[in-house]
Design a protein around this ligand. Structure first.
Ligand code: SF4
Length: 211
């Protein structure tokens, strides 16, 4: 049994969260992916985003993810548990400020809990922004560096989306950074109308570490 530092998801919270996910997917995420279509090279079988990250998620997302995990076959659950235990050991020895790793739910480049994946996995591939000390910082998907999303307008030398490259590209829509930070998408002001709060957020592995 894989144990996490949060309770099981109650039925009402589960239903409300599922409604929120549907609205988010249909009204926000799909809309942005459609707008940015000329820059998006995401395709089935590409799991670049799942191989090097911290995968932060809120409490309700974690409960939903574990709800999905419980539905998996025992051998898959055992394999995930083994990967998570290895990652916990590595995280405890990690000396870097952040612990980046491959997602333990990924097998042969396929997400084993796809339906139950966290919000950040649903926005992977889009450019978004965060506010740091009142300054807006654009977050360009890592895969721009390997010729994938936004690479047609990505200036690797300056690590920016280049206006000049956009003008030369002939692509009509502007490359846009959206307000898709986890802080925004799990904001209680947004979710409280649906009768739930997302709760605190932390990197995936921290949900499994007992301090
Ligand atoms: S939960 Fe699934 S989609 Fe998200 S990072 Fe892990 S493998 Fe990828």
């Amino acid at each position: 049994m894989l144990s996490m530092n949060c309770d099981k998801i109650p039925a009402m919270e589960l239903e409300n969260y599922k409604i929120y996910l549907t609205l988010l997917e249909e009204r926000v995420i799909k809309k942005h992916f459609d707008e940015q279509k000329p820059y998006i090279l995401c395709r089935k079988g590409c799991a670049h985003c799942c191989k090097n990250g911290e995968f932060p998620l809120s409490e309700v997302e974690m409960k939903y993810l574990m709800f999905g995990y419980e539905k998996l076959k025992q051998d898959k659950k055992d394999a995930i548990k083994k990967k998570i235990n290895n990652l916990i050991s590595q995280a405890k020895e990690n000396k870097q400020p952040r612990f980046r790793h491959a997602c333990p739910f990924l097998f042969d480049d396929i997400c084993s809990i796809y339906e139950f994946r966290p919000i950040i996995c649903r926005t992977h591939g889009l450019m978004f922004f965060v506010e740091e000390n009142g300054i807006q910082k654009n977050k360009i998907p890592d895969c721009a560096k390997i010729g994938l999303n936004y690479s047609s307008v990505y200036d690797a030398g300056k690590n920016i989306i280049s206006d000049e490259m956009w003008k030369k590209s002939g692509i009509k829509p502007l490359p846009c950074a959206y307000n898709l930070s986890l802080k925004t998408l799990t904001n209680p002001e947004i979710t409280k109308e649906l009768g739930f709060v997302c709760g605190k957020s932390k990197p995936l592995i921290e949900w499994f570490i007992k301090f």
